[in-house]
Structures are given as structure tokens and as C-alpha cells.
Design a protein around this ligand. Structure first.
Ligand code: AMP
Length: 432
């Protein structure tokens, strides 16, 4: 039979990587707990129409979409927000607001595989449903900041914008939503000239073109200055002006509560997903060009899916990319002297005793590997050393007569005879 490889864009996670992914997922779960977000688990397979509705052309064209055996058009979820909005529009319709929901799992997009871009990837996703207030937007930024910090990421920075600014100008100029979406897609890909050309061809005013040209080039980390400039540029566009002041309020809340944070305001920032109506943001580290997380406000999605009008704001954190960033930053997650024990019987007649001692230690919460290869003690010790086991227990007849075994500290390379009843305590107290 031929040797199989993973399908292009799919990956195996070997133990070290799997451990890192689960570590990040654990921190996401802890963040959810700290901020009051309750976990939900939604299906990987969703109706095509649901996930296609507002995903944006980019994502729509890259969906794993197919007919199931019952002839239903379905897709592997490319993101979580549509599934959460579906629930809030249906089953959770009558839940009191605010609703804080968390989910974590795999997503599927037929992207061109490259560093940090995979066809199967993982996100932790937080949605705050039912509030249109700026403190809700600030909460999503704050919890993202907390999460990034808690996994040990360094020098991460927020890029923040507001789709209401550009969209309000385009609406006031009479541009159809369809065309607006195309403009935003081009902006998202940083194809600003093409975006401006599209706007021009749609027949907008000179003043509009001039305003857009200036907005697109306007960004900086001096928030107060950028906001002032934005205000000046949009003064003739009423709704765009209120979008700028909305952005200002959120930033004020965020910076007053977050402590040290690095933020760039980008007036020409757009994101591919079409459902955003307010603030949008992404998180970056200097080591990677791609975003670690992305989010924003979407006030119309639940309604679009047949629910009550429900303002909402949320964020998705790319767990794979956070892992990549931690690796690039050479963050050592396993520092801290983890203890793992190997139990080796000196001959086969002691197998049963070795298993019994292993079970006794596990019952005390200690991680134990029992020797199951029938190797000589010297060979098993070599293996334990190679794999970074902290303690080895050698089960021999001589010591057993006194209800004892040999306990060897592999890192310090010293050993002593210890009573079996004292083993767990001894291992716990022994520094490794
Ligand atoms: P989005 O749903 O496009 O807003 O993406 C949110 C986050 O998911 C991004 O910031 C990435 O961290 C992650 N992400 C999106 N697409 C991919 C992909 N193809 N591979 C890995 N991570 C991704």
C-alpha cells in the first residue's frame, strides 16, 4: 500500500505542538471564565447559506462547500460568528441580554497554504450580544489584551479602525451596498488605488474622492491626533462623524483600563467579512506579518438570520498563529520543572508490583509512565534520560522486602531508598 501524507493545507500536531495548542486553548478558556463568557459547542458542518451570507467574497470563494448525501448544500464552517448569530436568532432568542458566549474549535478555508495560513486552523471566539454601548466594544478589546498577555506574548499591538467611517461616506454618496462591499474588499487587500478607482467610476463627488484619499493614508499611534484629523476630514458627512466619535469613546475606555498597550489607529482599515458595522480591529506581533486576531462590531447579523435586532461585538483569536508567534518569540512554556515519573521493574516477576505502584502515584495526581517494553533497567534509564523524565522508580526485590523502592532524581543524578507509602510525598517535595 502506498504511504499516505496529510491532505494539502492540513497538519498533524505532534505532542509538543499539541501541548502548546492546548495550553493556549486553556488560557482562552480561563479568559472566558474571568470575563463571564459561557462556552457553547456548535457543529463543524453548517448550512451553506448561513455561512455564505455575510462572509465576504474572499472567504465565500474559499469555502469547503458540498452537497451531503441527503442533497443538502452544506459547508465546513469558515468562522464561528455566523453559527453563534444563528443560535441567538433561534434557540437563544429569548435569553436575557447581554449574552456572553465563547467557543473554540477548528475552522476551514481553502486558503493558499503558507506561513501562518492553513486550510484547517483553530480559533477561540468571544461574542457579546445585546449591547450597542461602547463599554461592550471596550470589553472585547480588554479581554483580547488579557488573553494575549496571559499566554506570554510580547510586543503585540492593536490596529483599530471603524467601518462606519468609510461606509457612511459611501452611503451618503449613494453607493449601493454591493459596491461598498467590493470597495471594502479591495481596501482589505490594501489595493487602495483600485478601491478609489471603483468609487470614482461609481460617479461620486470630487469632495468624496479627496476625503477618501486622505483617510486611506491616515494612520498613527498618537490616537488623539489621528482622531482629530479624522474628525476634520469627515465634518461634512454626519454619520461618518458620529462613527469617529464612537471610535474615540471606545479607545478612551480601552486605554484607561488596559494599562500599557500599543495601539495604531488606521482610518483606511477594512476587514474582509461583510457583517461589520462599527469598530474593527486586529492584533499583530513584530515577528509576523499576519494578524493573530481580528474582531469588531456587527449590529445587523442576528436580524439577518431572522432574530430580534441584536447589536453585537466579538473577536476571533487565531490559536495556530498565536502558537507561531510564541515560537518566533522563543517563549519557553515548559519552564518550571515539570515532574514525570517512570516506574521500572528490575525483572518480569515484579511487573504487577510496578503497575500497582504506578496506579498508587497516579491516584495522588502524579504523572507516571510504567515500563512496558520489558527492557533492562540500564536501557530503560537511558530512555528516561533522553526523554526528560524527572524521576525514576526502580522496583527491586531487595528493597521490596522493606516495603521500599529506589527513587532516582534524573536531573540531579542521585538516588535513595524510599518507603512506598512515602513515595508520593517524597517526589512532590523533591526539587527537580
Ligand atoms: P477572520 O475570521 O478572518 O477575522 O480571522 C480571525 C483570525 O483567525 C485571524 O486573525 C487569524 O489569526 C485566524 N485565521 C484566519 N484565517 C486563517 C488561516 N487560513 N490560517 C490560520 N489562521 C487563520
Amino acid at each position: 500500500m502506498r504511504a499516505f501524507k496529510t491532505v494539502r493545507g492540513m497538519r498533524d500536531f505532534l505532542p509538543e505542538e499539541a501541548k502548546m495548542m492546548k495550553y493556549i486553548e486553556g488560557k482562552a478558556r480561563k479568559t472566558a471564565e474571568l470575563y463571564g463568557y459561557r462556552e457553547i459547542i456548535t457543529p463543524v458542518v453548517e448550512p451553506y447559506e448561513l455561512v455564505a451570507a455575510k462572509a465576504g467574497e474572499e472567504v465565500r470563494a474559499r469555502m469547503y462547500a458540498f452537497k451531503d448525501l441527503g442533497g443538502r448544500k452544506v459547508a465546513l464552517r469558515p468562522e464561528f460568528t455566523a453559527s453563534v448569530a444563528r443560535l441567538v436568532a433561534t434557540t437563544l432568542r429569548n435569553e436575557p441580554k447581554p449574552l456572553r458566549l465563547f467557543c473554540v474549535g477548528s475552522l476551514y478555508r481553502y486558503d493558499e497554504p503558507q506561513k501562518g495560513r492553513f486550510r484547517e486552523f483553530w480559533q477561540s471566539n468571544f461574542e457579546l450580544m445585546g449591547s450597542e454601548k461602547t463599554e461592550a466594544d471596550a470589553e472585547i478589546l480588554l479581554l483580547t489584551n488579557h488573553f494575549m498577555k496571559s499566554v506570554g506574548l510580547k510586543n503585540y499591538a492593536f490596529k483599530i479602525g471603524h467601518v462606519g467611517v468609510l461606509r457612511s461616506i459611501l452611503s451618503q454618496e449613494g453607493l449601493a451596498e454591493e459596491t461598498q462591499n467590493q470597495v471594502m474588499q479591495l481596501m482589505d487587500k490594501k489595493l487602495h488605488d483600485e478601491a478609489l478607482k471603483l468609487v470614482k467610476d461609481a460617479g461620486v463627488s470630487e469632495r468624496c474622492l479627496d476625503t477618501l484619499r486622505k483617510l486611506v493614508g491616515l494612520r498613527g499611534d498618537a490616537a488623539a491626533w489621528v482622531l482629530k484629523e479624522m474628525e476634520k476630514l469627515v465634518k461634512d458627512y454626519e454619520k461618518a462623524a458620529s462613527a469617529v466619535s464612537n471610535l474615540g469613546e471606545i479607545l478612551k475606555f480601552f486605554s484607561e483600563s488596559a494599562g500599557e498597550i500599543s495601539v495604531t489607529i488606521d482610518a483606511g482599515f477594512a476587514r474582509g467579512l461583510e457583517y461589520y458595522t462599527g469598530i474593527i480591529f486586529e492584533v499583530y506581533v513584530p515577528e509576523l506579518e499576519i494578524a493573530l486576531a481580528g474582531g469588531g462590531r456587527y449590529n445587523k447579523l442576528v436580524e439577518l438570520f431572522g432574530g430580534e435586532p441584536t447589536p453585537a461585538v466579538g473577536v476571533a483569536h487565531g490559536i495556530d498563529r498565536m502558537m507561531l508567534a510564541l515560537q518566533e518569540q522563543k517563549t519557553n512554556l515548559t519552564a518550571g520543572g515539570e515532574k514525570t515519573v517512570m516506574v521500572i521493574p528490575v525483572n518480569e516477576s515484579l511487573n504487577s508490583k510496578a503497575l500497582k505502584i504506578s496506579e498508587m502515584l497516579r491516584a495522588e495526581g502524579i504523572s507516571v509512565e510504567t515500563e512496558v517494553m520489558g527492557r533492562k533497567v540500564s536501557k530503560a534509564l537511558e530512555d528516561a534520560d533522553r526523554r526528560g523524565i524527572s524521576h525514576v522508580i526502580i522496583v527491586g526485590e531487595k528493597e521490596l522486602k522493606d516495603e521500599a523502592v529506589v527513587l532516582r532524581n534524573m536531573r540531579k543524578k542521585r538516588q535513595s531508598t524510599v518507603k512506598i507509602e512515602k513515595l508520593a510525598e517524597e517526589i512532590r517535595q523533591d526539587s527537580s
